[in-house]
Design a protein around this ligand. Structure first.
Ligand SMILES: [Ca+2]
Ligand SMILES: [Ca+2]
Length: 335
C-alpha cells in the first residue's frame, strides 16, 4: 500500500503542533487556568487533537481545532484526488446486467439486477509505458514481447508475432498488450487498485443505457466510439481518441479486450448473485470484455462475455478501486 504520509503532511502536522503550543503559551500569559497547558501526556498528535477537542481545553484551543480540521479535510481531498487521478466514480446503485433474450448470446441471459457498491474505474485502458514502470519497479510481469529468453521477445525470440507492432509496444499512447491475467492483476495491486469484477465492468460499459452498445442499438456510429476490425488498420488504436461513453470512460467498446477479475462461468448469469458478484471461486479461463481492434463490432457489445487463458496482442485491461476502501485508507492515515 502506498504511504500517504508525505513531506507536506509532516510540515503540516508540525505547523499545527507549533500553532497549538503557541496557543498554550498565550493562554498561560493571559493568566487563564491550566486547562490549555501541555502536560507530559500530550506527546502524540492523537493526544493533542483529543485534548484540544475536549471540554477542558481553553477557548483559544478551539480556534486551533477548527483550523486543524479544515486543513485535514483539505489534505484528505488532495490525497483522494491523487489516488483516483484519471478514474471515474461509478455510483453505488442497482444496475441491469446481461442481455434481453434474443438480443445477445446464451451466456448473457437473463437480463438481471445487480446491486453494486461505489467504485472508481480507470478512464482509459492501462497504457504500455505505465505498465512498464511496474515491470521496472518489480522486476517481474514482463509482457511476452520483452520476456527474457521468450520466443516472442521482439529482439531475441524466433516468433515474429509482435514484431510488426514494435513501434507502439512501449508507448504511453497505446494499450499494454501481451500480458496474462495474472500480470494485469499484479499491476493493479502494485498500483493499490484491483481488477474490476465482470459486473462492475459491464455496469460501467453500459453507463445506465440498455441499448446493445452504449451509443445505440445499431452498429452506427460505432466508428466514432470504437477501434475495431473495420477501422483499426489491423493494430491497436491510440487510447482515448474515440468518444467516451456517458460515464466518461474511453474504449470500453473495442481497442483491446479487457481482463476482469472473474473466472468464466457460462451459467453465471442464470442464477446470479445479486449483490457485488465476484464470479466463481475456480475456473480455467478468465473473462475478457469489450472486444478489440481485431473484433467484429458484434463482439464489442456491452453485454458480450468472452474468455481466455493466455496472452494476446489484443488483450489489455484497466483497474478499479473500491470507494470505501480508499476512503478508509485515507482516514486511517490521519489522527
Ligand atoms: Ca477496450
Ligand atoms: Ca460471447
Amino acid at each position: 500500500m502506498k504511504k500517504f504520509t508525505t513531506f507536506a503532511s509532516i510540515i503540516f502536522l508540525c505547523a499545527n503542533i507549533i500553532f497549538f503550543f503557541s496557543q498554550v503559551k498565550k493562554s498561560k500569559k493571559n493568566g487563564e487556568p491550566e486547562a490549555c497547558s501541555a502536560d507530559n501526556s500530550l506527546k502524540s498528535p492523537n493526544n493533542i487533537l483529543s485534548y484540544i477537542s475536549s471540554k477542558n481545553a481553553a477557548p483559544s484551543c478551539k480556534t486551533c481545532l477548527t483550523s486543524v480540521k479544515k486543513l485535514i479535510e483539505k489534505d484528505k481531498s488532495k490525497i483522494l484526488g491523487e489516488a483516483t487521478a484519471n478514474m471515474i466514480l461509478i455510483p453505488a446503485k442497482e444496475y441491469l446486467i446481461g442481455s434481453q433474450r434474443d438480443l445477445g448470446e446464451s451466456d448473457e441471459y437473463p437480463l438481471h439486477k445487480v446491486q453494486l457498491d461505489a467504485f472508481y474505474l480507470d478512464k482509459y485502458e492501462v497504457n504500455a509505458a505505465a505498465y512498464l514502470k511496474f515491470v521496472e519497479a518489480s522486476g517481474a510481469g514482463y509482457p511476452e514481447w520483452i520476456k527474457p529468453n521468450g520466443i516472442f521477445n521482439i529482439d531475441t525470440g524466433n516468433d515474429n508475432y509482435y514484431k510488426r507492432l514494435s513501434h507502439i509496444l512501449k508507448s504511453p499512447q497505446y494499450p499494454i498488450i501481451g500480458i496474462t491475467w495474472k500480470n494485469a492483476n499484479d499491476y493493479c495491486q502494485w498500483a493499490n487498485k484491483r481488477l474490476p469484477t465482470e459486473a462492475e465492468w459491464e455496469a460501467a460499459a453500459k453507463a445506465n443505457t440498455q441499448t446493445i452498445y452504449s451509443f445505440a442499438d445499431k452498429n452506427e456510429p460505432a466508428e466514432d466510439y470504437a477501434w475495431f476490425k473495420l477501422n483499426s488498420n489491423n493494430m491497436p488504436g491510440i487510447i482515448g481518441q474515440k468518444k467516451s461513453n456517458a460515464f466518461g470512460l474511453y474504449d470500453m467498446h473495442g481497442n483491446v479486450w479487457e481482463w476482469v477479475n472473474d473466472f468464466y462461468d457460462k451459467k453465471a448469469y442464470e442464477s446470479p448473485i445479486t449483490v457485488n458478484p465476484q464470479g466463481p471461486d475456480y475456473g480455467r479461463d478468465h473473462i475478457i470484455r469489450g472486444g478489440s481492434w481485431d473484433s467484429d463490432i458484434n463482439s464489442c457489445r456491452s453485454a458480450n462475455r468472452a474468455r481466455y487463458s493466455k496472452t494476446s496482442d489484443d488483450i489489455g485491461f484497466r483497474c478499479a478501486l473500491s470507494e470505501t476502501k480508499i476512503r478508509n485508507e485515507i482516514k486511517s492515515k490521519f489522527y
